[in-house]
Design a protein around this ligand. Sequence first.
Ligand SMILES: [Zn+2]
Ligand SMILES: [Zn+2]
Length: 288
Amino acid sequence: MNVRFWGTRGSCPAPGPETTRYGGNTTCLELRTEDDHLVIFDAGTGIRELGLSLTEHANGDAITGDLFFSHAHWDHIQGLPFFAPAFQKGNQFQLWGSPALERSLEVVLRQQMSPVVFPVAFDQLSARMEFAPFAAHAHSGPGYELRAVNVRHPGGALGFRVWPSGEPQRSIVFIPDNELDRDGDRAEDASTRDALVDFARGAKVLIHDAMYTGAEYMDHRGWGHSSYRDAIDFAIAAEVETLVLFHHEPDRTDAALDEMLALCHQMVQERSGRVQVVAAAEGMTVGV
Ligand SMILES: [Zn+2]
Ligand SMILES: [Zn+2]
């Protein structure tokens, strides 16, 4: 099972010469099961280039897949109107979102394509776009199984754990937007934290929100994002093999991300942790 990063940035796209290595597109991941079933996580601006790649490789065949949304904040949905396969008749996507959102995913995605803000209506998409019930926070798809968990983020958001059918030891956990604050005055209560640690426990790969430095976090308490330090503590507690820093701050240049990564390696060493830490970059793949 493989994941490719098409968008790694949080909050707002950040194109330009200083973000070419880690990428400027907002959240989008492509997961391929062993028999090549397509699973997409989030539809930030990265989904535009994913769409071009899918169309190119389809050679005219129909494209089908599952599309899971962590939540409906702009940086996780804004690429969908530019997802070329959605405009192609014969293609078919199932759209999964949390039923706990204040407004349903369907309402938000339709509003994003209403005439005041976008020229093409959702109903003009030629592909079959089916909104799927996701009340149980669990789904078994072709060749994969998935669970979701509510995380701490304004308006609510989901984290996901996905693995090849029957092989939960080969899990990838994806938590793009989540506020961890272990020791601060916004600390989660112990049972909430334990439940989240259990959710991620033993994963091969944990892709987690690591938007802020410690100092930045102090200025953004309650905004729903984590410092890299808290992400590392969480990864060590959950005994994951690899932590992928994700949802990069829009102003973070490639050079600044390199520096942050070096501090992460130092911190893991200081804590005698065994987790490998990398930073998500557009085009990067991870496999389990
Ligand atoms: Zn976000
Ligand atoms: Zn968000």
